[in-house]
Design a protein. Structure first.
Ligand code: ADP
Length: 638
């Protein structure tokens, strides 16, 4: 029989499949099963208006028949079937729909490696069979036809179409599996366990039963008796025609059928998580894009979930067929701890095969998901504060990074989800903080330190608290960056009590303080000189409460940032230093003693200046560089 040639455009795709270096060849089964399922859909739909079809819903099935001897894998359906023209039109050319678009993409400048990765994500339908088979035979009979058709091809050199006998309507796709090579054991696609695993992975929720003969052990009574007269048992292998997919996914069922508890049980099983998720989002959207989603915020952070290595993520399905295991385009990184499933029929018809549209639809879905996730978290924050705080402890860092990402592009979306620890020993959102501010308070005060305990002991904090104002304690450099990115809250600016003017002094007081500094200029210069390079300035301050001295900073780098940079990846980063200012409390006895020494005994005054600098470091939570030197300095003064 004369071979017919594939159209040129198909040939290239076919070549690619046959010689595919793609590692995910296993998706061929998903593709062939999806076609079978579509074919059943079509016949089932027809049966609604045509009672001659003679099949009821329960009769439809997809069968998988591995035959190791013949080395064939057959996928059989009792769907609509194809006429010989349809075989030629559908299998002989790249289908009008997605595969064509796929080919277009491939003709562009992209590298082959990239082309190949696209195969895995979107599939190219029927042709993918050639990734694992060296010959594919399709035996099919269209509904309403008496005669069957056999289409056969062993690859790029063409195909034959001929009439054949087929008893019932439907299609058999018979793939002759390639010989094993060193790199690839193609024979594994004939193993029952492997087929079961692939169906579970990719086609578990196809809505028609996928049947296969599965062997298992059975215990049976042999009919003989043992010494005690009890019946003897033995084991034998029996073959059963099993349904190997679970068919109806939980997210396709309505809220009246499936409770939230059912969803939680599903989550725990699917993600092997012993902890309940802390939030659940169920969406049934109809509109521009229809989809169902079942999403979970895990109860705790899982290993590798941070650092962009969250293997679980959101899985994308189209009509029960998995199209992407971890779809990271769906939501931004700040929500990448969310797990679950999105299933949209719109993806299968237009998208799974048409890349560009795909992106647009995904974006719409993604935006909706984000709104719903945020809504759910806000609800949790309001209704179950301890649970929200637990959530924030686990995942707050994702949200904080999100606020800082891309120059603060997402800060307003995320700001109300952030919590900050305050001097009242509680966690507040900025909105709540501002709502609690007394009328006289105009700024949002914060102090950063490596621990809350230390922050509480800072003299500047004492000042703020003594006025009845609440303070935010930041304990990580990321927190400082978050506030920097947020800039303000409801028009209230942030005030770093360690570097900024607290705004407590009247103009007159400020003037008086300035004059005091001018008056003491020579003395302050002396102290600066004595302390040396470590500080850029010495200044008098009335903000120190009961403490003798303190370190503050000038410019953008704070002491906390400096600590953070010290462990940075580059030498340059590690060298970054804050501009330190030594503040002295003129009300304190220590100041009087230092000043007296300056006037009477400058050697002693030098030493006292150094002691003062070290004390300031201590109180500001900075490690003293040379504790031994400090100890001998103090000891000498006895
Ligand atoms: P796509 O599914 O994107 O259309 P495929 O290459 O997978 O592309 O399939 C091409 C066409 O071949 C299908 O659209 C369908 O019309 C036909 N086809 C494939 N498999 C079957 C089948 N089992 N039964 C009926 N028609 C089929």
């Amino acid at each position: 029989m004369a071979k017919k040639q594939f159209k040129a455009e198909s040939k290239r795709l076919l070549d690619l499949m046959i010689n595919s270096i793609y590692t995910n060849k296993e998706i061929f089964l998903r593709e062939i099963i999806s076609n079978a399922s579509d074919a059943i859909d079509k016949l089932c739909y027809l049966s609604l208006t045509d009672d001659k079809v003679g099949l009821s819903r329960e009769d439809y099935r997809i069968e998988i028949i591995p035959d190791k001897e013949k080395r064939t894998l057959t996928v059989r359906d009792n769907g609509i079937g194809m006429t010989s023209e349809e075989c030629e039109n559908n299998l002989g050319v790249i289908a009008r729909s997605g595969s064509y678009k796929f080919k277009d993409e491939m003709d562009s400048e992209k590298s082959q490696a990239e082309d190949i990765s696209i195969i895995g994500q979107f599939g190219v339908g029927f042709y993918s069979a050639f990734m694992v088979a060296d010959e594919v035979t399709v035996i099919t009979r269209k509904y309403g036809e008496e005669q069957g058709v056999m289409w056969k091809s062993s690859g790029a050199d063409g195909y034959t179409v001929s009439p054949c006998d087929k008893e019932s309507v439907g299609t058999d796709v018979i793939m002759h599996i390639k010989a094993d090579t060193e790199e690839e054991i193609y024979g594994s696609y004939l193993e029952v366990w492997k087929i079961k695993a692939l169906v579970k992975k990719y086609s578990d929720y196809v809505r028609w039963p996928i049947k296969m003969d599965v062997e298992h052990q059975e215990r049976f009574e042999t009919g003989e008796k043992d010494d005690e007269g009890k019946p003897k048992f033995d084991y034998r292998m029996v073959t059963e025609n099993e349904t190997i997919n679970s068919m109806v996914p939980i997210w396709q069922r309505s809220k009246s059928e499936v409770t939230d508890d059912d969803c939680i049980a599903f989550y725990k099983e699917k993600h092997r998580d012993s902890k309940d998720p802390c939030a659940l989002v169920r969406i049934n959207a109809e509109g521009a894009v229809s989809y169902k989603a079942l999403l979970f915020v895990p109860g705790e952070e899982h290993e590798n979930a941070f650092m962009g290595d969250n293997k679980e993520g959101i899985t994308l399905y189209s009509n029960g067929v998995m199209i992407m295991e971890k779809c990271d385009k769906l939501v931004h990184d700040y929500f990448d701890f969310v797990r679950g499933v999105v299933d949209s029929p719109d993806l299968s018809l237009n998208i799974s095969r048409e890349l560009l549209q795909h992106d647009r639809q995904l974006r719409i879905i993604g935006q909706n998901l984000e709104k719903r996730i945020k809504g759910e978290l806000e609800k949790l924050m309001k209704d179950d504060r301890p649970k929200y705080e637990e959530f924030f402890k686990n995942f707050g860092v994702h949200l904080k990074c999100g606020v800082c990402d891309e120059y603060g592009r997402y800060k307003d979306f995320l700001r109300d989800l952030l919590l900050f620890y305050t001097s009242e020993d509680r966690q507040l959102s900025l909105k709540e903080y501002v709502a609690n501010m007394p009328e006289s308070q105009t700024r949002i005060y914060y102090a950063s330190s490596d621990s809350v305990k230390h922050a509480m002991s800072l003299p500047q904090c004492e000042q703020v608290r003594s006025r009845g104002y609440e303070l935010i304690y930041l304990t990580s450099p990321l927190d400082e960056m978050v506030l920097e990115s947020l800039r303000e809250q409801e028009g209230k600016s942030f005030c770093n009590v360690l570097t900024d003017d607290l705004g407590f002094e009247t103009e007159e007081e400020k003037k008086a303080a300035e004059e005091q500094n001018v008056e003491n200029k020579d003395f302050l210069d002396f102290v600066k000189e004595a302390v040396g390079e470590d500080i850029v300035k010495v200044r008098l301050s009335n903000n120190l409460g009961s403490q003798p001295c303190c370190l503050t900073t000038e410019g953008g780098i704070t002491l906390e940032m400096e600590k953070y940079f010290r462990h940075g990846p580059s030498e340059e980063m590690r060298k970054i230093k804050a501009n330190r200012v030594l503040e002295l409390n003129p009300q304190h006895r220590a100041f009087q003693v230092l000043k007296e020494a300056y006037e009477k005994d400058q050697e002693k005054a030098k030493k006292l200046s150094l002691v003062m600098a070290r004390l300031a470091e201590m109180i500001s939570g900075v490690d003293i560089e040379d504790p031994a030197a400090f100890v001998s300095l103090v000891a000498e003064m006895f």
